[in-house]
Design a protein around this ligand. Structure first.
Ligand code: IPE
Ligand code: IPE
Ligand code: MG
Length: 246
């Protein structure tokens, strides 16, 4: 039985989020510059996106660039932004062919204009696709996202648009960048690092975490299937006892 056959189609996570890490180390291991690692990482993005769409995953969110990544060497940041524009142009067909709607979360105004415009264009072109939502986290920081929510809610309370008593989890959800997405069910991080790095802190409250040593440019559909099988073998109790679930 192949790995793919072992996946239970009735127990798929609704929302998978991935911290795509290890591009730099992948390149270094081969004696190449970091940027080559990022270029090769785009192949893993395509394979992962296509495989998720084929399996019937409804929401896939990819951490592509963090607010902290702006502190990297200028040349690396510039190359990553150019790579983003190039990939968006190139992959629009993949998105259309697979019925994928592109979305983005993060402080998008901080992106270079070319990247921002291309992103808006692809979002617009794919807005009627319904098979899967692909969300790119760009210039994304979870703490920044939460700070923005608090600012907006305090403004609304101050101006009597809402009462402080009415603030609950659902109102907070509606003010996050991820307002249209369900909670994350499965969070994958590649490259052996076992940390969250300021990604979706609120949204992963009950996500299953999966860490693999595979470096992102080597991550392929078999690795995705392995993560899914691992996820499906876990018992998600959400605070209840095991007996209560049956
Ligand atoms: C992930 O790979 C890509 C981004 C963070 C943009 P890295 O560039 O972090 O690769 P490592 O962690 O240095 O190997
Ligand atoms: C997290 O990776 C951000 C992305 C994958 C875009 P980093 O490589 O920036 O994370 P840290 O700094 O090692 O935690
Ligand atoms: Mg890294």
């Amino acid at each position: 039985m192949t790995l793919k056959d072992q996946i239970n189609k009735d127990k798929l996570p609704k929302h998978i989020a991935i911290i795509m890490d290890g591009n730099g180390r992948w390149a270094k291991q081969k004696g190449l510059v970091r940027v080559i690692g990022h270029e090769n990482g785009t192949k893993s993005v395509r394979e992962t996106v296509e495989s998720c769409a084929e399996l019937g995953i409804e929401h896939l969110t990819l951490y592509a660039f963090s607010t902290e990544n702006w502190n990297r060497p200028k040349l690396e940041v510039q190359t990553l932004m150019k790579l983003l524009v190039k990939s968006l142009k190139k992959e629009i067909k993949t998105l259309q062919d697979n019925g994928i709607r592109l979305s983005a979360i993060g402080c998008l105004q901080d992106l270079p204009k070319k990247a921002f415009d291309e992103l808006e264009y692809v979002k617009e072109m794919t807005r009627n696709n319904t098979h899967m939502t692909l969300t790119l986290a760009l210039s994304y920081g979870s703490r920044e996202e939460i700070v923005n929510v608090i600012k907006e809610l305090s403004f609304k309370v101050k101006n009597n648009i809402i009462s402080s008593e009415s603030i609950d989890e659902s109102i907070i959800n509606k003010h996050l960048y991820t307002q249209n997405l369900p909670d994350v069910d499965l969070l994958i991080r590649t490259s052996g690092e076992q940390r969250i790095s300021n990604f979706l802190l609120w949204q992963i409250a009950y996500a299953e975490l999966y860490f693999t040593d595979v470096l992102w440019p080597d991550f392929n559909k078999e690795n995705l299937y392995e993560a899914l099988i691992d996820y499906q073998n876990r018992e998600r109790r959400f605070g209840k006892t095991s007996e209560q679930l049956t």
